[in-house]
Ligand binder design. Sequence first.
Ligand code: NAP
Length: 254
Amino acid sequence: MNAKSKEFPVLMVTGGNRGIGRAVALAAAAARYRIAFTYRSDQQAAEKTVAAIESLGSEAIAVYADVARQDDVRAAFASAKERFGRLDALVNNAGIIGEPRSIIDVDEQHLDLVFRTNVFGAFYCVAEAVRQMSKQAGGEGGVIVNVSSAAARHGGMPQEAHYASSKGAIDSLTLSLAKELAPMGIRVNAIRPGLIDTAIHSIHGGDEAIRRMAPTVPLGRAGTAQEVADTVLFLLQDKSSYIHGALIDISGGR
Ligand code: NAP
C-alpha cells in the first residue's frame, strides 16, 4: 500500500449542491470520502452542503461549473486536484429535464440546452476523471457512476422526448465506457432513477406533478434522494467490485 492509498478517497459529484447530488455527497462524506462537487446557479445551497459535509467530519470543496462548458469542467477538476491531490470516483449527476415540448415544437436552442447539459456535460466530466484516474496514465483507477433515468427505458413523460433520449445517450455511453475503461482500472455503471422527489420536477408542475405521477409507480410513491444515494454509495465501494457496465433501475418498479 503506498502513501496515497492510505488517504481517504476523493469523490467528485456534479450538481452536488442539492437534490440527488447533495444526498450522494452527504452519504459519501459519512462513509469517509472527501468531496469535491460542482454547482451552477445555487451558490447558497452549495455553501450549506459544504457545511453539512464538514459537520460529518469530512472535507469538501464546492466549485462553480456549467457542465455544458468544457472549460468550466476542466477548471473544476483542476481545482479539486489542487485541493485534494487525487481523484477516486466521479458521480456524473448534474442534469435538467428541459421544458416540455411537443416534437413539432422542438428547435435547435431547446435541444442544445438539454443535450449540452445532460450528454456533452457527462462526456466532458468523464474525460477529466479518466485523465486523473486511469492506471495507464499513472493514476490508481477508480469508479464512475452516471446518473441516467428510467425515462431512457420507458420514454418519460409526454412531450419530454428530448429528456428521455438524452438519458438514452447516457446508457449507451455507460455501456461503451465499460469496455474502454476496464483496462484503465476504472469501473463504470449507470443508475436509472424513476420518480424521485426533488426540485427537478418544478419544470413540469412540481409537487403537484409528483402527486399525480406517484400512483403510476407500482410501489405507490415517489422515491427519495436518499434512496438513490444509498445505491450510488454501494456502486462506489468495493462491495460492488464485480458490477460493471450495469444500468441499475431505482424506480419503485415503474
Ligand atoms: P435537481 O434537484 O434539479 O438538481 C439538479 C442539479 O444539477 C443541481 O445541482 C444543478 O445545479 C445541477 N445542474 C443543472 N444544470 C447544470 C449545468 N448546466 N451545469 C452544472 N450543474 C447543473 O435535480 P435532481 O432530481 O437531483 O437530478 C439529479 C440527476 O438525476 C439529473 O441528472 C436528473 O436527470 C436525474 N434524475 C432525476 C430524477 C428525479 O425524478 N428527480 C429521475 C431520474 C433521473 P444548480 O442547483 O446550481 O443549478
